[in-house]
Design a protein around this ligand. Structure first.
Ligand SMILES: [Zn+2]
Length: 94
């Protein structure tokens, strides 16, 4: 009989823990959703003339006399020994 009681107690404990975990998860997702809403609202409230962040990679000037070649993706000057484009991060073969 005592083992049944123990099982019951463990069951109740597990249920309470699961309930709290699920409730926390729901609260967190609702909070995240609300934060996303606020973010969208703030974005919409921003003045239209605010400069939009440029998505184009910064093209660095190609320096004459230095062993560089233009990156095939972004056109930036890449040193010959470099394995990555310093501007866009493209992996380059030797
Ligand atoms: Zn590049």
């Amino acid at each position: 009989m005592s083992s049944l009681l123990l099982l019951f107690c463990v069951g109740v404990f597990v249920c309470v823990v699961l309930y709290n975990l699920i409730r926390n998860a729901i609260n967190n997702s609702k909070l995240a959703w609300e934060l996303e809403e606020i973010k969208e609202l703030l974005k919409a409230m921003q003045p239209a003339q605010a400069p939009a962040p440029s998505t184009e990679p910064l093209v660095q000037p190609i320096v004459e006399g230095v062993d560089t070649y233009p990156c095939p993706v972004c056109g930036s000057a890449v040193p010959n020994h470099s394995k990555h484009c310093p501007s866009c991060g493209l992996e380059l073969a030797d």
